[in-house]
Design a binder for this molecule. Structure first.
Ligand SMILES: N[C@@H](CCC(=O)N[C@@H](CS)C(=O)NCC(=O)O)C(=O)O
Length: 214
């Protein structure tokens, strides 16, 4: 059976579970305790040489990097989440890359400094936080504008580009990032977060954080 290695506070790992749930795949979810350093154990480094989640093991076929994994799962299962037409696929790739390399990178600077650094008693990098917030101010209107044109990010069909961004935005509230001023993002996000592919993982990202603090 498909194995997904992840952890509840990892947006890239949750993204893989959202996609697997959407497609309707059966899988074992194997939690890797990053705080305990399990990702650096030799057996895990055999799956991911840099010791990161997510990784999948699909009957002996190992893949890491969440975007590579979700494309593999969608293609293998003939899912409309990743269209086969090369032009449609290029547009989905375009928004996946924009979502990860621009919005995701900006989010991660803020999330790291406001959520993970305090959790680990590590000092905050004020410049990195400032950069992250400035990039969000620049890129979020682009996403909001795009979502004002269509129901989903690339058109009228849900694709991997939406699920990628949904995962990227997941830690917004717990990191004090106000998305409510972006009306289209908020509407799109609220409706996707009601879907079972999402609620099978959590009601919201804050659940995973609350569970950790228990
Ligand atoms: N670009 C990677 C990001 C993977 C990543 O950074 N994972 C983090 C958790 S969100 C991790 O495993 N960190 C553990 C470590 O670096 O030791 C992806 O999309 O899969």
């Amino acid at each position: 059976m498909l194995q997904i290695y992840g952890t509840d506070l990892s947006s890239p790992a949750n993204k893989v579970r959202f996609v697997a749930n959407f497609i309707g795949l059966k899988y074992d979810y194997i939690k890797v305790n990053l705080r305990a350093g399990e990702q650096q154990k030799p057996e895990f480094l055999r799956l991911h040489p840099a010791g990161k989640v997510p990784v999948i093991n699909d009957d002996g076929f190992i893949v890491f990097e969440s975007n590579a994994i979700i494309k593999y799962l969608a293609l293998k299962n003939n899912s409309p989440l990743y269209p086969k037409d090369i032009k449609e696929q290029a547009i989905v790739d375009q928004w996946i890359d924009f979502g990860s390399h621009h919005v995701g990178l900006a989010m991660s600077k803020v999330v790291y400094n406001r959520l993970f650094a305090p959790m680990r008693n590590v000092s905050i990098d004020e410049q990195s936080l400032k950069d992250g917030l400035a990039f969000l101010d620049r890129f979020l209107p682009v996403v909001d504008n795009q979502l004002g044109k269509n129901k989903f990010i690339t058109g009228n069909k849900l694709t991997l580009a939406d699920i990628n961004l949904l995962a990227v935005f997941d830690p917004a509230e717990v990191s004090n990032i106000d998305l409510t001023k972006y009306k289209n993002i908020t509407q799109w996000r609220n409706s996707l977060r009601k879907e079972s592919f999402y609620t099978k993982c959590h009601q919201e990202y804050g659940d995973a954080l609350a569970a950790l603090k228990k």
